[in-house]
Design a protein around this ligand. Structure first.
Ligand code: BES
Ligand code: MN
Ligand code: ZN
Length: 494
């Protein structure tokens, strides 16, 4: 992660400068710390030629303006009255994207409230993410150089406090992006469980369940998916006791997060086509998001008791794989006829959801899963799908989505859809046919939450991005970490 320094305003004498400018305030911004005078009027001339007015999304790049400064990026914030944390973050991300070849970037944040200025840094840091663990021959002139970011504000203490909290969330986002980016030969269920165990040093309690423990519990659905793989399954339970820390020894009923962690989804015996199958390395993004979120909550010492559970399996075809037609018995006791072995995520979640509500009696559960291709057809890559049996939770999630920019849109649950997963031989079957595929998948999950307040986020379209966005370079997005961090802040800590 970029190394961030927060200091008092002064004209930098080297590196690049980011100049955030509210609409109609370009004149004032140009004079920042005598910048225009020091550069012989280069900034005011360049902004005039670029017709830069500080409109939202507008930016202007000034090369070698003088005074030792290599580049100035003026970035439009839009109207001052309309400023939001999200808008500022996006501006920070947009600015930094033009400065990857700079080693040092200074952000002139003293025109903003210090807490808002910290969000400029947040956007810049999130956009600067890169997964280059496996690039060994990249030429120096192709690598980003960016390493240091200085934020200049008058009240450094206030900005430091805001950034400390945001930094913990950014670290959670980076952890999720790393996990989702890892190739599937490296990130097996056991390896992913190890990465969870490493979070103990951040103050989380981490319990790992292996196949024998899950056998004893009766996790027939999760284990059925895992049968075809030589890589053993795991379930990991992570606990953050943040409410207890603040009110000595007292425990709240926790909130719970559950993630689908299919480290690779071939489809199993109902095998997927070869083209694009490599994408199914990110079929563990729901789990990756829960893990990054728990790291973020611990890192910022959130005043909440939260549990995060992830079901980790690999879905492979082999002589020991489960077949279409098999009937499995879930931990809940309900039986499932497996019609299509590629509808595996719901089988994994069935056992973990039941375990979650049974063991922790949570206030509510939010699960995340790259569950259906149908979800991608419904909402594409812009907004995540939400299903919920609880209107209060759904409303809170929607609001958290608007505030964080990780948006959700609610789709329906209804008995008419539930009927579509009736089986002739078992309590249910694991697919409902092509119509409303994301809905019937959600109906399946609903049978395993035992009526507890619950929302399901189908993130199939959101986990991975083919194009750069202001705060998300293309690749693993970590969609959901900032959304759920916000949900916790607004519903549990406010
Ligand atoms: N992991 C996939 C869903 C998926 C597909 C996510 C494409 C992202 C992009 C899931 O396990 C799956 O295979 N679902 C099937 C369900 C079907 C067999 C009912 C699907 O959506 O095709
Ligand atoms: Mn599948
Ligand atoms: Zn899958």
């Amino acid at each position: 992660m970029l190394d961030v320094n927060i200091t008092r305003p002064a004209l930098p004498t080297a590196g690049a400068l980011v100049l955030p400018v509210a609409e109609g305030k370009a004149g004032e911004a140009v004079g920042w710390q005598g910048l225009d005078a020091a550069t012989g009027g280069a900034i005011s001339r360049a902004l005039a030629v670029a017709e830069f007015a500080g409109k939202k999304g507008q930016s202007a790049l000034v090369l070698a303006p003088g005074a030792g400064i290599s580049r100035v990026v003026a970035i439009g914030l839009g109207r001052e009255a309309d400023l939001t944390q999200l808008g500022i973050e996006e501006a920070g991300g947009q600015a930094i994207a033009q400065l990857a070849r700079e080693e040092r970037v200074t952000v002139a944040g003293n025109g903003l409230a210090p807490a808002l200025a910290a969000h400029l840094v947040m956007g810049a840091v999130l956009r600067s993410y890169r997964f280059d663990r496996y690039r060994t021959t990249e030429k120096a002139e192709e690598k980003p150089r960016l390493a240091h970011l200085a934020l200049l504000v008058d009240d450094t203490g206030a900005a430091e406090a805001a950034w400390a909290r945001l930094k913990a969330v950014a670290q959670g986002v980076f952890l999720t992006r790393d996990l989702v980016s890892e190739p599937p030969n490296v990130l097996t269920p056991a390896e992913l469980a190890h990465r969870c165990e490493a979070l103990r040093e951040r103050g989380l309690t981490v319990d790992v369940f292996g196949p024998r423990q899950m056998e004893e519990l009766g996790f027939g659905a999760l284990l059925g998916v895992s049968r075809g793989s030589v890589n053993e399954p795991r379930m990991v339970v992570m606990h953050w006791n943040g409410a207890g820390r603040h009110r000595k020894g007292q425990h709240d009923r926790p909130v719970a997060f559950v993630g689908k962690g299919v480290t690779f989804d071939t489809g199993g015996i109902s095998i997927k086509p070869a083209a694009g199958m490599e994408d199914m390395k990110w079929d563990m993004a729901g789990a990756g998001t829960v893990i990054g979120l728990m790291a973020a909550l611990a890192g910022r010492e959130a005043k909440v008791d939260a549990v995060g559970l992830v079901g980790l399996v690999e879905n492979m075809p082999s002589g020991s794989a489960q077949r279409p037609g098999d009937v499995v018995k879930t931990y809940s006791g309900q039986t499932v006829e497996v019609i299509n072995t590629d509808a595996e995520g719901r089988l994994v979640l069935a056992d973990v959801l039941w375990y979650c509500q049974q063991t922790f009696a949570p206030r509510w559960i939010v699960d995340l899963a790259t569950l259906t291709g149908a979800m991608v057809i419904s909402l594409g890559h812009e907004i995540g799908g939400m299903f919920a049996n609880d209107d209060v939770l759904a409303t809170a999630l929607h609001a958290a989505g608007e505030a964080s920019g990780e948006r959700v849109w609610r789709l329906p649950l209804a008995d008419a859809y539930d009927k579509l997963i009736k089986s002739d031989i078992a309590d249910m079957k694991n697919i409902g046919g092509r119509p409303a595929g994301a809905v019937t998948a959600a109906q399946f999950l609903q049978r395993f939450v035992n009526g507890k307040p619950w929302a399901h986020l189908d993130i199939a379209g959101m986990a991975w991005s083919g194009k750069d966005a202001p705060m998300v370079p293309k690749g693993a997005t970590a969609y959901g970490v900032r959304l759920l961090d916000r949900l916790v802040a607004d519903t549990c800590e406010a």
